[in-house]
Design a protein around this ligand. Sequence first.
Ligand SMILES: NC(=O)c1ccc[n+]([C@@H]2O[C@H](COP(=O)([O-])OP(=O)(O)OC[C@H]3O[C@@H](n4cnc5c(N)ncnc54)[C@H](OP(=O)(O)O)[C@@H]3O)[C@@H](O)[C@H]2O)c1
Length: 336
Amino acid sequence: MIDVAVLGATGYTALELVKILLRHPEVRITVATSRQEGQPPISTVHPSLVGRLEIPLEDLEPAEVVARASCVFSCLPHTASASVVPALLDAGATVIDFSADYRLDDAATYLEWYGLEHVDPSRLGQVAYGLPELFRPLLKDAALVANPGCYSTSAILPLAPLVKAGLIECDDIIIDSKSGVSGAGRSPKLMTHFPECNESMSAYNVGRHRHTPEIEQVIARHAGSRPEVIFTPQLAPMDRGILSTIYARPTRAVTEAEVAAVLHQAYDAERFVRVVDHLPATKDTVDTNFCDITVRVVRGRILLISCLDNLVKGAAGAAVQNFNCVFGLPETAGLL
Ligand SMILES: NC(=O)c1ccc[n+]([C@@H]2O[C@H](COP(=O)([O-])OP(=O)(O)OC[C@H]3O[C@@H](n4cnc5c(N)ncnc54)[C@H](OP(=O)(O)O)[C@@H]3O)[C@@H](O)[C@H]2O)c1
């Protein structure tokens, strides 16, 4: 059994992670952290865990965490995560980081998009990006994995094979994404207050959403040059799920069957990416680690439509898939 710790255990992604880990045959959850006082049982914050996980929420220093767990899942917000990851790594733990802190390759891009100096810049660019479908060889035995952003996964998985095949113009990619409200986390905010978002849809962070440079960085690895992406996230009145519609200009005339064949070739052997003929809906993937993708060619443009559960393939499920890759376990363990 591998002893694991969950940092930021009171959050949405942490709850999803715990639910998956409780089904995992090789894992024991030994630590759950929170800044809450009084060390309440985790089930007081997440009542769905009553009778399933009865450990306290503790406010611990990194060394205390590593004394009781060899792998740490950090479900903390960005900056909070980078403030503890170096100490966790130095103490010998494997870390799977849900936050954006280690996804970007350089501190200047982090400063530009996050408005902050990175506290651990020397590690940037040397971290395994946790998308096994594209970077599996880099994950085995990795000490630190940067779990991708939820929107990023929904965009990168459909785009990467087509970019690799030279089928799309990388300077003209439009990504239109809708997300459920849990994507914003559990802390109350005006935008996610029920009367603000229920029965309503709105775009936000247009032209400046922080997943933009992450998507461009990963696409660049397949394209050879820096792509230009217009990414427009929108909040949809649902708990969870992301639907992304991606518009791309082909480099030459293509048929739908030809593009679909490239996607099938990339993903037919992958357990968690389903290339489908129908138009997928978020409900098809909710509570699962699947990303569903389809393609249409409309008036000469390639349209890719993808969906996934932001809390599972977009966060906790991806983290466990990465954990399985790092520790050489069956990639589906805990996830089906
Ligand atoms: N939500 C998603 O769909 C999604 C998808 C992909 C990635 N992510 C990323 O995953 C991470 C967790 O997201 P989430 O949605 O689970 O967030 P969340 O629901 O807001 O939970 C984050 C938890 O971290 C703790 N925390 C907050 N600020 C902290 C600080 N300054 N120092 C230490 N602990 C702090 C809080 O616990 P206490 O107050 O109890 O200490 C909180 O419950 C974030 O980095 C997020 O960007 C989220």
